[in-house]
Design a protein around this ligand. Structure first.
Ligand code: SAM
Length: 258
């Protein structure tokens, strides 16, 4: 399939996107094991710690974090339906006393300076911009506090035009791992750990669960052009990943405020 004229996820109706992703545990590549691997580099948490999970979606990674990290976690997402599901999931797991979801934009987080011990953000910092997020959120962290973000990154200096043209219009800050680490350092953090998410975070934990959600969605919206195009876009996204996975993927960046 050619990528010319393909509609992108950014152009679809947000309510439709929300409804679709309510049927998935995660809204981006990742896995419980990888959340825990990133968490293993963070050593400052206690029962009184304050943690923000920014762009939390329905909270797949938040509930994993909460099961393995002490402290209070607040999840932030723009979409009320995601936050409703987040709070429902927290309640189901008996975590409601220390895990709470709030509808709020990541460019307007409700914290005082130096209040947070940890900022978590899986696959969502691109919404505010990688550099802007690192810089704006830094003030909310205590000295010695951590930030852990996963972000789409290039694995090579050069890559085929098709993948470059597919990603760059929507992820203009997509960059090599070494350049991303340089941005982290410039923003006033010490880079602590960086690792590439394994392929299974895309295939087994993201694309495969999407197939079931796509079938349900197409059943419900049979004949709906927008719904059909949305699913077509997702299938194309999975095809692009399979074709170009040596050149790009998600990378976890863990860094400490000094
Ligand atoms: N962290 C989740 C995960 O890994 O499954 C969700 C990742 S999903 C790719 C990106 C999330 O960012 C979505 O839930 C979306 O609603 C949220 N988002 C987009 N713009 C936002 C904003 N301005 N403020 C807060 N959340 C936002």
């Amino acid at each position: 399939m050619s990528n010319e004229n393909i509609t992108t996820i950014h152009e679809f109706d947000f309510n439709l996107i929300c409804e679709f992703f309510l049927n998935t545990e995660r809204q981006g590549p990742g896995s419980p094991g990888i959340t825990l691997k990133a968490l293993s580099f963070i050593d400052n948490l206690t029962d009184t710690s304050l943690i923000a999970d920014v762009g939390c979606g329905t909270g797949g990674q938040t509930m994993v974090l909460a099961g393995h990290a002490p402290g209070h976690i607040t999840g932030f997402d723009l979409f009320p339906a995601f936050i409703d599901r987040f709070n429902y999931n927290a309640g189901k797991l008996g975590l409601q006393d220390r895990v709470k979801g709030i509808v709020r934009s990541m460019d307007d987080l409700p914290f005082q300076n130096e209040e947070l011990d940890l900022i978590w953000c899986e696959g969502a910092i691109y919404n505010i911009g990688f550099e802007r997020g690192l810089n704006e959120w830094r003030k909310f962290l205590k000295a010695g506090g951590y930030i852990a973000v996963s972000e789409g990154s290039w694995f090579t200096e050069k890559r085929p035009a098709e993948i470059e043209n597919y990603c760059m219009p929507h992820f203009p800050e997509m960059d090599t791992i070494s350049n991303k680490i340089a941005r982290i350092q410039e923003a006033g953090y010490v880079p602590v750990a960086t690792f590439i998410l394994p392929e299974t975070c895309w295939t087994e934990h993201y694309f495969t669960p999407l197939i079931k959600a796509q079938e349900m969605f197409l059943d419900k919206y049979a004949g709906n052009k927008i719904a059909g195009e949305f699913v077509e876009f997702q299938r194309y996204d999975a095809e692009i990943y399979r074709k170009y996975k040596e050149f790009y993927g998600y990378v976890f960046y863990i860094a400490k405020k000094i």
